[in-house]
Design a protein around this ligand. Sequence first.
Ligand code: TYD
Ligand code: MG
Length: 463
Amino acid sequence: MAKEKTIYTCTECGGTSPKWLGKCPSCSAWNTLIESVAESAAAGRNRYTSQFQSLAKTAEVAVLADIEATDVQRTPTGQDELDRVLGGGIVEGAVVLIGGDPGIGKSTLLLQALDSLQRGGQSTLYVTGEESGAQVALRSRRLGLDACQVKVLAEIQLDKILATIDALQPDVAVIDSIQTVYSDQLTSAPGSVAQVRECAAHLTRCAKSSGTAIVLVGHVTKEGALAGPRVLEHMVDAVLYFEGETHSSFRLVRAIKNRFGAVNEIGVFAMTEKGLKGVSNPSAIFLSQHAEPVPGSCVMVTLEGTRPLLVEIQALVDSGGPSPRRLSVGLDRDRLAMLLAVLHRHAGVACMDQDVFVNAVGGVRISEPAADLAVLLAITSSLRGKPLPKGFFAFGEVGLAGEVRPAPRGQERLKEAAKLGFTVAVVPKANVPKKSHAKEFEGLTIHAVDRVEQAMDIVRGLG
Ligand code: TYD
Ligand code: MG
């Protein structure tokens, strides 16, 4: 096949250049030229006009209410926690991107899912570009998947992969990983932004036309630096990310985009010697097991997705050098700086000359502001060297004016903590249950606050 010409297109302004340049000749932006397949001039010119002409002839406008809204068909993958994040199962012709650090368990989870789909009567294809067929077989034995009928293709060339999908017409295909696939229309190396984008676009088109659901695996480094998944997010139907630390056994899979379901839904897995096992009742796994309360630790209830999770926030405040450090793991660092300013200004607690470290236990990432109050209480507890009382938890968003704002669905959070035996809570006033519901929270002492300084006073009174 004759090689098609490639051109370099600027991602900022769309300008083109026949060869790679550091600076875009049209808009002078740096490092924005990306290789792409050149379309012949005639095709390029006519692409839109001919499309619109044919549209004008054939397209009909319908009133929204008259269009029959058939619910999408979902096929459960057999992995309950994965189904939860997908919104009930995998949808025909959908493209799902699963991102995560290397070694976190993407291949393991998908092989398990394909195996149970295959056992459920779906035809499946596992395309591996990173491992040989033998390595995949070894993993399947290790996972205890006997007589696994999943078809395996060890291939990295896009055309061959597309041809195989076309020939086999599987219900679900996994591409592990998109960074290894390359199209020989482009000269850039596999894994480069140009290749990843081009290959993903072809695979997406293939999914839409054939009805095969395609799962793309993508690696992301901690910095998110690796070329790839991020540029794909807008192309695919659902984006799932693996969270968790590779050295702890728990893994979270979070949906950050889902055209067929809710976002921010979390699936929780434990990595065992037999692969990933769903954790159906995860609310207490992100608590470290102290026999007695220790300074600098405060439990909060986070509610991302549909399930409340109890997470321990730890803080360490220690005298720092001339330029003290603020570090956070699992929480937003800018938010930490803001909270420290609020703490100083409104509660009179100064950490200016101190190093402040905060950490969400278990590798979970908390993006909701309801963690604010717990972060502040953990910091003051560490600063004073005084633990919070046993069975204590807190949640609530803190504003710049020092006000404590309610967290969404506060009652559910309170209920979950009460269920797990927590007894004392400091929460925003608006989250306090009504008198008529008081029975459901028996055994739980709830302190309502609407200012940061109030929370500090209450905690001082408790300790
Ligand atoms: P893997 O799925 O290969 O990660 P990824 O595809 O995201 O790079 O999983 C890798 C890790 O999981 C590896 O460090 C070993 C561990 N593991 C287990 O603990 N138990 C198992 O049954 C399997 C298959 C892997
Ligand atoms: Mg892998």
